[in-house]
Design a protein around this ligand. Structure first.
Ligand code: PEP
Length: 253
């Protein structure tokens, strides 16, 4: 899990053809910087197979946006972790704010999803973040602390990433200050240290209206090990620029 990660969350955007085209455009990006930046993309579940075929044997890993909390059975509309693993998925988002809100996913559901993903040998990307009201009330760290309780009995630290995404920043164009991002990332790393001998293995990403221009200041923050990119990941040029800024920084380190 070492190195700087750039993960694109395509959400429920585009059609099959646009997803395949975007994936092919990203192959050129990966060819230029795969030795210096780790890249993954999470298409919609229905597009995983086709996009995975385009990315096959490339340096870009296939990620999924969600897995069911259930192993198998009568759960209409859901995809099991095993089904995702069959398609070559390597990592799965858990607790994205849009899932927490739209699908009313609580901690019990998130824990079960994490367990299913773990059983299939995939990496969990656990998304955390405070609402605007909590941010304005100065409650960010308390929210993060509470959301991290789903990790209390977690054991496989090498198959875990955390993405700190302030809910008020997702898709809004509003970006948290470097001081705020650094403070939250420090806190997450500190909690990981307390939860076990975890800190060295766990990658902690930042997400929320990430654009190429924001990358230099994010790269300067020592606790930020990567970015989770929504809107800008749908544009091969912008996503490529984000990867290239990271790659150029890696050369100068
Ligand atoms: C996201 O949905 O994970 C995200 C960070 O979106 P955006 O970059 O569009 O804010």
């Amino acid at each position: 899990m070492a190195g700087f990660w750039v993960i694109g969350n395509w959400k429920m955007n585009g059609r099959l053809q646009t997803g395949k085209e975007l994936a092919s455009q990203l192959l050129a990006v990966a060819a230029q910087c795969a030795d210096r930046v780790r890249v993954a993309v999470a298409p919609a579940a229905l597009h995983l197979h086709a996009v995975g075929s385009v990315l096959d044997n490339s340096a870009i890993q296939l990620a999924a946006q969600m897995a069911s909390a259930h192993e198998d059975g009568a759960y209409t509309g859901q995809c099991s972790a095993a089904m995702l693993a069959d398609l070559g998925v390597r990592m799965v988002l858990v607790g994205h704010s849009e899932c927490r809100t739209e699908l009313a996913q609580d901690d019990a559901v998130l824990r079960a999803q994490m367990q299913r993903i773990h059983e299939q040998g995939m990496t969990v990307v656990l998304c955390l973040g405070e609402s605007l009201a909590s941010y304005e009330a100065g409650q960010t760290l308390a929210v993060i602390e509470r959301q991290m309780t789903v990790l209390h009995d977690w054991v496989d630290w090498s198959r875990l990433m955390i993405a700190y995404e302030p809910v008020w920043s997702i898709g809004t164009g509003k970006v948290a200050s470097p001081e705020h991002i650094a403070a939250v990332h420090d806190h997450i790393h500190q909690r990981l240290r307390e939860l076990g001998d975890a800190e060295a293995a766990v990658v902690v990403l930042y997400g929320g209206s990430v654009k190429p221009a924001l990358m230099p200041q994010l790269l300067a923050l020592s606790g930020v090990n990567g970015v989770l990119v929504g809107g800008a990941s749908l544009d091969a040029e912008q996503f490529g620029q984000i990867c290239m800024v990271v790659a150029e920084q890696a050369l100068t380190d």
